[in-house]
Design a protein around this ligand. Sequence first.
Ligand code: HEC
Length: 197
Amino acid sequence: MASGGLKRGEKILFGIFALIGVFAVASFVMLEIVRARSDKPMYPNTTHYDFSAEGLRGSVLVRKAGCLSCHRALRNGTSMGLELDGIGSKRSFQYLLGFLKNPEATYSTKTVDHGALPKGAAYVAELPEADLHALAIFLSELRADQGSAVARLPAEGRSGFIDEMVRVWAPDNWKSEYKDVRDEVKQQEDKHDAGAK
Ligand code: HEC
């Protein structure tokens, strides 16, 4: 390189990198300022809980039993992606208890960590019966708002966008192989309406 000076192309390239860096820092500072001044949370909280006595016992157990080294719940645990918040709106109590006791027979696909040794969470099924019961109650009391990412049911009301996506992208055999969860919502609403009349 000629006596330490930068070539034109290098200047442009480094200039672009510097701009990206400045832009990122400026965006971050602005975001933090907006966040600090706003009285609304940036992300609405879509999960909630109201524990019964046994659910409360489960919430202590979930920490003691080491579940949070793999899972996240109630702002505790790891962020590996195995969220338990909201799971009670997706799975029934019966399912959850079945899964804890007998994961391989309950889970819809092959399990990674729950199941027989040497799987990492093999110990879970061996916990005392009463503890598994309390854990399942606890899990079933972790609820999510309908329509949020962790809920089983989509937002209320029919979405033309989803109808269109299903029509265009869902393979034909899906219609016979799977049930559309939105039909379930509709049936409930119809039943509710019929009851109201
Ligand atoms: C070694 C890591 C690990 C530990 C410890 C662990 N889990 Fe899990 N858990 C997983 C993984 C991975 C999955 C996804 C299923 C699978 O592949 O085993 C899962 C799935 C689940 C599910 C979801 C089941 C479903 O069908 O949606 C529940 C509920 C659950 N675990 C509860 C617990 C509880 C309660 C404990 C503690 C007593 C625990 N887990 C300990 C890794 C772990």
